[in-house]
Write a protein that binds this ligand. Structure first.
Ligand code: IMP
Ligand code: MG
Length: 332
């Protein structure tokens, strides 16, 4: 059995979708559980198409992978049904009976509540939906007729799969620095985003996890308000080619150089056993499309070594472009 948790290191948008898309094709997982909610968009390029997935697990591109949304997830019914249609996964997706529901009113509250002003939330309503869940008044997946065909017990399915020696990916969303507990509070999302929380949302105990794969991006980005050490001006970000527009909300992302201290903190709190670095080709254009470590330029290798030395975590996957196979895989 292998149970791998995929967690983000910074403020989300590290390229978890890209890493998961590669693992889906290469490792052929039997099961992938997505946690979190609709506020996060995971970008997956597959067969000439680009998907910005807010609900469906990123491993959908491996046709034999069972796709699940855990009990800790918050379901946006309309978005989920639309993505099921777009990805054609109708017959292999399941939603935990106890996952909670985000309703239109939560989105309105997200955009108009005084206490959320200034945080720069995504506006999807995730914070208010979680508030409602904590009040014990939330609707659950089992209360929604359209979800009936998909209802399951995710914890049961995942633990059984692990008992049978199957390959499981637990897909985290966002990043450690947006964690309600460990992030830059109050400029955070409404839940913990660490590896432990990802397990908890899926219903998998910590002793069952084999690998925690932490995803770094070669530079940092952030959308919404809150501190960001080393932040660049938009002009400088554009000049360096780091300027990005958010996959989910269309908002401009702030950017800053890779911060080794923050990287170390993320490695520690996630208990990372290995890490990925995405977008190395944005930092060093000659890396574009490279698939072997030896072919990387010396300065890129030096950057990778420095991350390894400062975090004490081996970098096993290096992203060199947006498509699944644009990657250096240093795993045995
Ligand atoms: P909320 O999660 O919509 O409540 O937003 C809270 C903060 O987290 C805001 O700064 C958002 O921009 C940020 N955030 C939430 N989800 C994501 C994500 O998937 N990527 C990047 N930032 C996010
Ligand atoms: Mg994203």
């Amino acid at each position: 059995m292998t149970c791998t948790v995929i967690a983000g290191a910074f403020w989300g948008d590290e390229g978890k979708g890209k890493i998961i898309s590669y693992l889906a094709l290469k490792d052929k997982p039997d099961l992938c559980v997505r946690t979190g909610s609709v506020n996060a968009a995971h970008t997956v390029y597959f067969q000439g198409k680009r998907y910005a997935l807010h609900m469906v697990p990123g491993a959908f591109i491996h046709g034999n992978c069972r796709l699940l949304l855990g009990a800790g997830a918050n379901i946006h019914v309309k978005q989920l049904l639309e993505e099921i249609r777009l990805t054609g996964v109708e017959d292999r997706i399941g939603v935990d009976r106890q996952a909670s529901i985000i309703e239109e009113k939560h989105s309105i509250q997200d955009k108009t509540s005084a206490h959320l002003k200034g945080i720069g939330t995504t506006g999807w309503g995730v914070g208010p939906a979680i508030e409602e869940r904590v009040r014990r008044t939330a609707k659950l997946a089992k209360d929604i007729p359209e979800l009936k065909p998909y209802l399951t017990e995710v914890a049961e399915e995942v633990n059984q799969a692990l008992d049978k020696g199957k390959r499981v990916i637990l897909e985290g969303t966002q990043g450690l620095l947006l964690s309600l507990f460990h992030g830059t509070y109050p400029y955070v999302t409404g839940r913990d985003t660490s590896a432990a929380a990802i397990c908890s949302e899926a219903g998998v105990g910590p002793t069952r996890v084999n690998e925690v794969l932490l995803v770094y991006k070669a530079f940092m980005t952030r959308v919404g308000a809150g501190p960001m050490p080393g932040e660049l001006s938009k002009e400088e970000a554009v000049k360096r080619g780091w300027f990005e527009i958010a996959a989910g909300t269309g908002r401009e992302r702030r950017s800053a150089p890779f911060d080794f201290e923050l990287a170390k903190k993320a490695a520690k709190i996630n208990g990372a056993t290995q890490a990925a670095v995405t977008k190395l080709d944005v930092l060093y254009p000659s890396c574009k499309g490279v698939r072997t470590y030896d072919e990387l330029p010396a300065e890129a290798k030096q950057f990778i070594s420095e991350i390894e030395n400062r975090t004490d975590v081996p970098i096993v996957l290096i992203g060199t472009g947006p498509r699944p196979w644009d990657i250096v895989d240093r795993r045995k």
